[in-house]
Write a protein that binds this ligand. Structure first.
Ligand SMILES: Cc1cc2nc3c(=O)[nH]c(=O)nc-3n(C[C@H](O)[C@H](O)[C@H](O)COP(=O)(O)OP(=O)(O)OC[C@H]3O[C@@H](n4cnc5c(N)ncnc54)[C@H](O)[C@@H]3O)c2cc1C
Length: 405
């Protein structure tokens, strides 16, 4: 390998995209990947279908301590640009709900295989099972120690991702290399992650999934709310609404705030509608147990929890009155669940934080501190919402990561 080679560390979304466009532009590229296969996170993404991007790119879906960086990176790089790139490698896309884009095959493997084919076609040297352990730079040359020997180059791209999902290659190593070269780090927290609770009732509800609404309170203050699936588990709670809230929870827990969710198990029923529905179901003479009566409207596993939180002492249907119904409705629409932890990076899809983007040129992804050092993807202090936004950012970085001609 000679110094004219560009080395890219990490064959994920950002690294693969950058390798292809750089090689197409005439650059000699070597792509180093610690896993035995490239694109492991792409392969499992979107439940194996790969939510490759989103048609509606909007700054509100991206998070960073430096939002103007994201704005500049995304300027001129909407979804049509990403689509053009995928068309150029022979991958057709289709639209799902809420602008989510998927490969037409609905198979993540087709994304990885077509990226790999194109990378090889344009001459990228892909080296798997190659763990980078250290990087040094003297005047013009980066010296990279790997499990496959020492490599040198004069252009280096760090696309080694974040610590999210270590089982798929998530790692902190890129941060170690970058900080050694003078870069700063914004604290990382797991995001798009399941939440843990020490409340014992939650185990009893394990496996129950409802289309609900979750409101987050930290230290008693309302923060935000998300609609979608709520899935009770033996450790706490998961589901799409929970993943969408998890960023705020993770950050709040890190500062030791008390986090509590208020769950609306029937958001489609207004308080009044649900009250009337329940009142109209009461049969004055019925000795039906209240637990069975509630099974007519709500999952069996949730009933004892609703009764306990509502402090409803009624045993049979005929004992119910408006006051008791109000208490039940309040619990169904405001079930409280305290959160003490997240499932950590092991369970997270992404990490918040990363390399401080004030030290990176948003147009070329080049370090402002180290000449010819570039960054791309999740290693940077940018994370996105669920819906294809994380991949969008990774592809855009990959397309941008090189010197302006
Ligand atoms: C389960 C799951 C599902 C997801 N689903 C979606 C989805 O549907 N849509 C979406 O937009 N986003 C999704 N994401 C998030 C998305 O996968 C990431 O944001 C994206 O992959 C980041 O790309 P990247 O190239 O920056 O990093 P990565 O894809 O993490 O690639 C970094 C690569 O660098 C390698 N590496 C790290 N350190 C070293 C080293 N020292 N030496 C050599 N190699 C190294 C790693 O092995 C890895 O392959 C999902 C994530 C997970 C975990």
């Amino acid at each position: 390998m000679n110094n004219e080679t560009m080395i890219i560390i990490g064959a994920g979304a950002a690294g693969l995209c950058a390798a292809i466009v750089s090689a197409r532009a005439g650059q000699r590229v070597t792509l180093l990947e610690q896993n035995s296969k490239i694109g492991k996170k792409i392969l499992v993404s979107g439940n194996g279908k790969c939510n490759i991007g989103n048609k509606y790119i909007n700054l509100s879906h991206f998070h960073s301590q430096n939002p103007s960086f994201i704005e500049e990176v995304l300027e001129g790089y909407d979804f049509t640009v990403i689509q053009k790139f995928f068309t150029s490698i022979g991958l057709e896309l289709m639209e799902g709900k809420e602008g989510k884009m998927f490969p037409m095959s609905l198979q993540a493997s087709s994304v990885v295989e077509l990226l790999e084919y194109e990378a090889q076609r344009v001459g990228v040297d892909i080296v798997c099972d190659c763990v980078v352990s250290s990087i040094d730079k003297d005047t013009d040359t980066f010296t990279i120690e790997t499990t496959q020997g020492t490599k040198t180059c004069n252009k280096l791209l760090l696309a080694s991702g974040s610590p999210a999902a270590p089982q798929l290659g998530g790692s902190n190593s890129g941060y170690t290399f970058a900080t050694k070269m003078g870069h700063s780090l914004i604290p990382r927290h797991p995001s798009l992650v399941q939440l843990c609770s020490e409340e014992t009732w939650v185990k009893g509800a394990s496996g129950v999934k409802v289309a609900g609404l979750a409101k987050l309170y930290t230290n008693g203050e309302y923060i935000t709310e998300k609609k979608g699936d709520l899935l009770f588990t033996n450790y706490g709670i998961s589901g799409l609404a929970i993943l969408d809230l998890s960023r705020e929870v993770s950050i709040a827990l890190a500062s030791h705030a008390y986090c509590e969710l208020s769950l609306d198990l029937m958001p489609k029923q207004s308080k009044e509608k649900l009250t009337n529905l329940l009142l109209n179901r009461i049969q004055k003479e019925s000795t039906k147990p209240i637990t069975l009566w509630l099974q007519g409207v709500i999952n069996k596993k949730l009933i004892s929890i609703i009764l306990e939180q509502s402090k409803c002492k009624v045993k049979t249907e005929k004992e119910l009155n408006r006051k008791e119904i109000n208490k039940l409705v309040h619990s169904i629409k405001n079930l409280k669940l305290s959160i003490n932890d997240t499932k950590g990076f092991q369970g997270a899809e992404v990490a918040t934080g990363g390399i401080d983007t004030t030290e990176v040129n948003p147009k070329t992804m080049e370090s402002k501190l180290v000449h010819n050092l570039f960054f791309a993807g999740e290693i940077l202090d940018v994370d996105g919402d669920r819906g294809g936004f994380n991949f969008h950012f990774a592809w855009v970085c990959g397309l941008r990561a090189r010197k302006e001609k």
